[in-house]
Design a protein around this ligand. Structure first.
Ligand SMILES: C[S@@+](CC[C@H](N)C(=O)[O-])C[C@H]1O[C@@H](n2cnc3c(N)ncnc32)[C@H](O)[C@@H]1O
Length: 235
């Protein structure tokens, strides 16, 4: 019923895994833009980010903000907060915000599974390529549901395990190598953990662009399958 790929871990195991992920992102912070930029352009991810961020409005939380790769894509006039577990990524994001003359952005070091904000704080929550690396993606999705306002939107651009058998098989084989290198699981399916009011899903072979209204729940069930009212598009 739930995410294909590794079972999310709990408790101490989760904390250990998350600490390892955080260390790896800290270590790779100086390289991140170098290896992510080509993927962004070649894989059309930049286009997907831009399309999704056009829906952001009001008080916005971006989780897993990394080096601030999305900052220049936001519409003007937002009240933006960015969080990440990696302090070194955040240092780079702060520098990028200064370069882009976006001095009002708030950056907090925080874990998506334990967000330091009251319920219903944000109008929009953005996560791009984050649930591949968070140790407990289900807790993360639950936290997004908690801190988004009732009429707010959660905007996700995430890669998933391909549904085709040969590509899924390949993703499973490559996954340990990719996790070892950059802490990103390529065989998860966060889409299956988002239930409730999914407004729009755009599907590619490995990409999902999902717009959802609160509550975004972590409790994946059969009902998590797209409902007829969900618009679906292939790119
Ligand atoms: C693959 S990078 C992608 C980031 C960026 N959003 C993008 O689109 O390029 C994942 C980011 O999520 C952060 N991250 C991983 N686990 C996290 C967690 N539990 N809470 C918050 N951030 C986390 C990492 O430090 C890293 O900066």
């Amino acid at each position: 019923m739930i995410a294909t790929g590794p079972t999310p871990c709990v408790g101490a195991e989760r904390d250990r895994e998350q600490a390892g992920t955080t260390r790896r992102y800290d270590r790779n912070a100086f390289l991140y833009d170098l290896y992510d930029q080509p993927m962004d352009l070649l894989g059309g991810v930049r286009r997907r980010r831009r399309r999704m961020l056009a829906h952001a409005g009001g008080r916005v939380l971006e989780v897993g903000v990394v080096t601030g790769r999305n900052l220049d894509l936001y519409p003007a006039g937002l009240d933006l907060t960015g969080i990440d577990v990696s302090e070194r990524m955040l240092a780079r994001a702060r520098r990028r915000a200064r370069r882009l003359e976006m001095p009002t952005i708030v950056f907090d070091q925080a874990d998506i599974g334990r967000l330091p904000y009251p319920d219903a704080t944000f109008d929009t929550i953005v996560a791009t390529c984050v649930f591949c690396s968070a140790a407990d993606p289900i807790a993360g999705l639950a936290e997004l549901a908690r801190v988004v306002r009732g009429d707010g939107e959660v905007l996700l651009v995430e890669h998933v395990r391909p549904r085709s058998r040969p590509l899924g098989w390949l993703a499973d084989r490559l996954n340990p190598v990719i996790v070892g290198l950059i802490s990103a699981n390529i065989n998860r399916c966060p889409e299956d953990n988002v239930i409730a009011d999914v407004l729009d899903v755009r599907r590619g072979v490995v990409w999902r662009e999902i717009r959802a209204r609160s509550p975004v729940s972590a409790t994946a069930t059969e009902e998590s399958a797209p409902t007829p009212q969900n618009k679906e598009a292939r790119t």
